[in-house]
Design a protein around this ligand. Sequence first.
Ligand SMILES: [Zn+2]
Length: 229
Amino acid sequence: MTTATSPIRPVRYWNGRPVPFITAWTKEATPPQPIDVIKGHGGDGLGFRDEVAHIDRHYGVPWVRMPAVRGGRPDFVVVHALRQRMAMSRLLCQVCGGPTVGTRADDRTLFLAGSSGGRPITAGERTMSPPVHAVCARLAVQECPPLRDRGWAAALVGYTPVWGVAGPVFHPHTLEQLTNDLCHVPFSDTRRIRWVLATRLVITLEDVTPVTDLDALADEETAVIRAVR
Ligand SMILES: [Zn+2]
């Protein structure tokens, strides 16, 4: 059921295809980043020349700047860095953008991943892919070509601690880009975390129970949402 008060938000469609909340659109291309070496707590680190800490810096790390307008056409292979972070940090559904917290009686959160060969999601696994509602997962496995054609795995997760970020790492003196755009850097790596421009928030999945029947989960979710409304 989709209403203004439901945690399940209307999913956007483009040319008859659902467009996940975290998908980037062509009008959201990443502009050149005015990065620089700035003085922070504990020494030099990467930042922006005109940095506004509460906008540019999250979890102590500078985050890539990009527009968030959802205009043009969706680019299904590109994830929008800011909506990804928002979805991950607030446990919003990556398909519809609504909150997943409070949609299950057991307070667990559903995660869905592409899985060729049926490899399940396991405890301790890291992911950049935010959670999903069960009904949105059901839509995704029907409509998202990689999931539909190559297979998927799902799990209910009890605990999702933040692990670190992914993004390009820069040289402390020359600011030359040293790694690919999705180098994983844990918050515990206090040296490299100062030189990364974050494009994703990475979490760890703990207390993991694999699930195979999304239909049963979706029915349960609908019952819980009805009960609390
Ligand atoms: Zn959803």
